[in-house]
Design a protein around this ligand. Sequence first.
Ligand SMILES: Nc1ncnc2c1ncn2[C@@H]1O[C@H](COP(=O)(O)OP(=O)(O)OP(=O)(O)O)[C@@H](O)[C@H]1O
Length: 258
Amino acid sequence: MNVVAHARGPDVAPCVGEGLILRDVEIALAGRRLLRLDRHVAPGETLTVMGPSGSGKSTLFAFVAGFLDPAFTAKGSVILNGGELTGLAPRRRRVGLLFQDALLFPHMSVGENLLFALAPTVRGRRARREAAERMLAEVGLADTFCRDPATLSGGQAARVALARTLLAEPKLLLLDEPFSRLDQALRAATRDLVFSRIRERAIPAILVTHDPADAAAAGGDVVVIGEGEAEGEGAAIDEAALASRKKNEALASSEGGR
Ligand SMILES: Nc1ncnc2c1ncn2[C@@H]1O[C@H](COP(=O)(O)OP(=O)(O)OP(=O)(O)O)[C@@H](O)[C@H]1O
């Protein structure tokens, strides 16, 4: 067990090189700079990126995941757990993505969707099925292995998408407005599930959202990119993030004291 990777709390500094570093990342389109970022995201933390439509949020994800359109030029480093990602083929980057839509394969059962993504390190038909069943139980969907994805509610489909992403054992998660299609009640529950799994597994994550409540639930730093940045809106976002951070730190220190 890698105890260091799971250690958290205000008094436990992450080891050098852990997590995600975006170092002097600059992306330009037709010679005009779209965005610049210089950030460290510790294991289990989520950096929230906000900005108006067209400010480059999806482009940032494409760059980090390795499928940036050649129309853009990019500079800088993306370093994950000490290793440089830029230059690696997308499938070798171990980046998990969650989108607005669950994007489940409609011709496969829920379980088959999960098995499709399962890391190849789990060998043997039975072990693979058990791993998928365990993950479904973890997201509150035990006994849905044979279900047709078309029969799931939006919230259930979002949970299956999370389970599928986690089964691939990603080292980094990119969350592209994954809660925006859910109604208010489901949204809160799904957010809690996603961010608790991110913290438990000590995965660094980046969240793109337009909703300050998502940013607050993520609990990490918030960056606002693009020309549309409004002072008042930024301040409200920072306040929400700060309140959530304080709550997380209080939780972490009470856990550490146990
Ligand atoms: N393949 C492409 N070729 C040229 N320009 C592009 C391409 N893809 C996106 N763009 C432009 O790049 C800019 C950034 O787009 P991007 O999709 O990253 O914005 P976004 O912040 O994710 O927007 P939204 O919130 O609407 O999803 C926009 O001006 C967009 O029109």
